[in-house]
Design a protein around this ligand. Structure first.
Ligand code: ADP
Ligand code: MG
Length: 713
């Protein structure tokens, strides 16, 4: 592009705050650059000289761009990101102030990490861990008003060497999928691919509301969702928001957010209105999974910050408004080799198709063997409000493949003739497969795990979640399945079969075995629940139950076999997940009680006084003494008083149950106590409060209503 054109285009700013390949090629000596590339692409070891040179270049680059601090940026087990800033400034022994960034500071950091969740196994004296640079994910500068911070993507490890974060196991899972997929490629005669990565593109849904309303809702601030709120008279019945024209205020915000993302080299590709009012989506161009996971975290962060600048609040919770569609994060996942080939792209030749089918069946097998675990990757207090609703995928894991692929698999299973585009193919060997139609048009939006032409779309993931764990599990389980399939094909070949015959036999077996996880129908329907139960699929309606799968014997064995987690790490992680779930609910329940006591009940009392006064006044008018004009007000009064009694009792009951729950020692028992014994009380009390909200004058109701928050932008 010419200079003139580039000036105003996105390209001119793209990646300007990202220490990416282009910057490294520019700033590093040729030798160093080459070595760095080798470290990034093939897991070669980093040496001290290399780190020194890179650290120097990185510092010069960052300071030049106005950065004053650096930080090791990492993802603790809670799923958020953590940063502790250190200044580049140092004072020399002779008193001179200089800007310095040592190789050792690039490579390793020591946050005082005793407060990060660690699954409770570390005593305080050894509660420190260290962060270590992940050179595969580019460093970046987070701009602030007066400067900026150089953020160094890092892993977070305990002194005993256990992973205390989500990136470490994610990187291990990338290695696992690389090793297993390469073996399959070699089997099919590919001698040129040197690596395979999994790729993700996370479509991010979110809500925006005016910041003024957000500031008036403590529930949104503390829990991310509204704990009270009646449905507005207009919600999403008309579906008129979906893909509708984007309003000016929102567009200005989106433009601004995308400029910030561009600078960090995060390519946002599509944006649109979502189904619910004030709900939106942004989707990036896909990326290697470890980079994609970092970038999704950064995207959430940046978009929330920019929203603030625009007087908006970005809501990332999975269900900020009851009764209105929630937000998810469609995790598009695929595999790509070092030559840029998408391994889940059916391809043109029979040979490519055969290889494609092996990868496809490995994914089917992963879902079949580890469906409960996959469900657990999308488990959180927030996402429980979404999964299983009539707008989001259910909590039951099944795979949608589309009509064409189903026909192909069924034909292979039966060893039958396949019809495609009017042509008949004899299925004597897999190498006689028809070219599979690339882009399925028959999408099924109700499926939690759908094949969409050249990738799988895992739709159960929650909007606020980190995508790391879902992808750790996808990489690990698919890798494990590929290993098994590889072994079986090899042993068939050792027994004298040719590749086609061997693949045919093995595919047949797996297609039969995994059939129960294939479902093409309506996942929202009640029939599917019954059918899934008959098929023996795990049905785990909430997080309290779903988290158990993380440490089930079968899943534990798989993680150990694939060297993704050690036993200790897995227990740490499981404990941290349970603790997070419990804390989220404790905060919700406490906030519910608090707001009910301090805002809702006082408002109701006011209204009661109003009504009593009204009835008294009416009765004091001699002409009206015998009329029944005061009746409706007495009815209202009655309803409010009865509801208040119920609400007060509920608050007391929640309080008692919370105490009871704290006495339960076993965490897995405690996580079930909340959904089984407490959440229902809050839900019933809320229902009463929402009913009352509808009969309350606006000036008395203490919280902004849905009708205001959702329709004013
Ligand atoms: P669709 O039409 O299925 O929605 P898009 O091309 O619009 O597909 O992509 C939706 C999301 O899927 C985007 O975030 C995109 O980056 C991601 N995506 C596309 N191809 C891949 C792939 N091979 N691996 C991972 N993610 C992908
Ligand atoms: Mg989508």
């Amino acid at each position: 592009m010419s200079e003139v054109l580039i000036k105003k285009s996105r390209l001119s700013r793209f990646g300007e705050n990202c220490f990416d390949d282009t910057v490294m090629r520019d700033l590093l000596p040729r030798d160093t650059y080459k070595k760095m590339k080798a470290v990034i692409s093939s897991n070669e070891k980093m040496d001290a000289n290399l780190a020194t040179t890179v650290a120097h270049a990185m510092k010069e680059w960052a300071i030049n761009k106005g950065a004053t601090h650096f930080c090791h940026w990492f993802q603790p087990l809670t799923g958020l990101t953590a940063e502790k800033h250190d200044a580049f400034l140092e004072i020399e022994t002779d008193g001179y102030v200089i800007e310095r960034f040592r190789a050792s500071q690039l490579i390793q950091g020591e946050p005082d990490a005793s407060s990060f969740p660690s699954g409770g196994t570390r005593s305080t004296f050894e509660a420190r861990g260290y962060t270590a640079w992940d050179p595969t994910s580019p460093a970046f500068i987070m701009e602030s008003k007066k400067g900026g911070v150089l953020c160094i993507p890092s892993v977070f490890i305990s002194y005993n060497g256990e992973a205390l974060d989500k990136k470490t196991p994610l990187l291990r899972s990338m290695k696992a999928i690389n090793d297993s997929a390469l073996k399959i490629l070699k089997l099919f005669g590919n001698t040129t691919a040197t690596s395979v990565v999994s790729t993700i593109g996370a479509e991010q849904e979110y809500f925006l509301i005016d910041k003024n309303y957000y500031d008036k809702r403590l529930d949104l601030q503390l829990t991310g969702r509204t704990l009270f709120g009646a449905m507005p008279t207009k919600a999403q019945q008309l579906d008129d928001h979906y893909f509708g024209s984007i309003k000016d205020r929102i567009l200005a915000y989106m433009d601004d957010a995308e400029i910030e993302l561009d600078k960090l080299g995060i390519p946002s590709k599509t944006r649109h209105n979502e189904v619910a009012p004030n709900q939106f989506e942004i989707a990036p161009i896909f990326n290697e999974t470890n980079i994609g996971a970092d970038r999704n975290q950064i995207t959430m962060d940046i978009m929330a910050k920019v929203a603030n600048r625009h007087g908006l609040a970005m809501l990332l919770h999975e269900k900020p408004f009851a009764g209105i569609n929630g937000s998810g994060k469609h995790n598009n996942w695929s595999l790509m080799d070092s030559e840029g080939n998408n391994l889940l792209d059916p391809g043109e030749t029979p040979h490519e198709n055969m290889q494609f089918l092996v990868f496809l069946v490995a994914v089917l097998n992963a879902v079949y063997e580890h469906g409960g675990l996959l469900r657990a990757t999308a488990a959180s207090a927030g996402n429980d409000h979404r999964l299983g609703g009539h707008e989001a995928p259910p909590a039951i894991m099944s795979v949608f493949l589309g009509e064409t692929l189903n026909r192909v698999l069924d034909a292979i299973k039966k060893g039958k003739t396949i019809e495609s585009n009017g042509e008949t193919f004899l299925n004597l060997g897999v190498d006689k497969l028809p070219p599979i139609i690339k882009h399925n048009t028959d999408r099924n939006r109700t499926s939690p795990f759908a094949f969409t032409g050249s990738k799988f779309e895992f739709r159960a993931v929650g909007s606020r979640q980190s995508v790391s764990f879902p992808n750790i599990v996808l990489n690990a389980t698919v890798s494990d399945s590929l290993d098994k399939i590889y072994e079986e094909i090899s042993s068939q070949m050792n027994a004298g079969k040719n590749l086609g015959e061997a693949v045919q036999t093995v595919l047949q077996k797996y297609i039969k075995e995994t059939e129960v996880v294939r479902f093409e129908g309506n996942n929202y329907s009640d029939e599917w629940k019954t059918e899934a139960a008959n098929r023996g699929l795990p049905i785990l309606p909430n997080t309290g139950y779903a988290l158990d799968a993380i440490v089930s014997l079968k899943n534990k064995k798989m993680f150990l076999r694939k060297e993704i987690y050690t036993e200790v790490e897995l227990d740490l992680f499981h404990t941290a997940m349970m603790e997070k779930y419990i804390s989220d609910l404790e905060i919700e329940l406490a906030t519910f009680n608090n707001l009910t006591n301090t805002m809702i009940l006082p408002a109701l009392q006011k209204q009661i006084k109003e009504l009593i006064g009204m009835v008294k006044d009416l009765r004091s008018i001699p002409d009206l003494v015998d009329s029944d004009f005061s009746k409706p007000f007495e009815t209202d009064l009655n309803k409010i008083l009865e509801s208040m009694k119920f609400i007060k009792e509920s608050v007391a009951e929640i309080h008692t149950k919370l105490k009871e729950s704290r006495e339960i020692e076993s965490l897995p028992t405690r996580t079930k106590f909340y959904p089984d014994k407490i959440l229902g009380i809050m839900a019933a009390a809320r229902e009463k409060i929402d009913e009352l909200e509808e009969m309350m004058p606006d000036e008395i109701w203490p919280l902004p209503k849905y009708s205001k928050m959702l329709f004013n932008l």
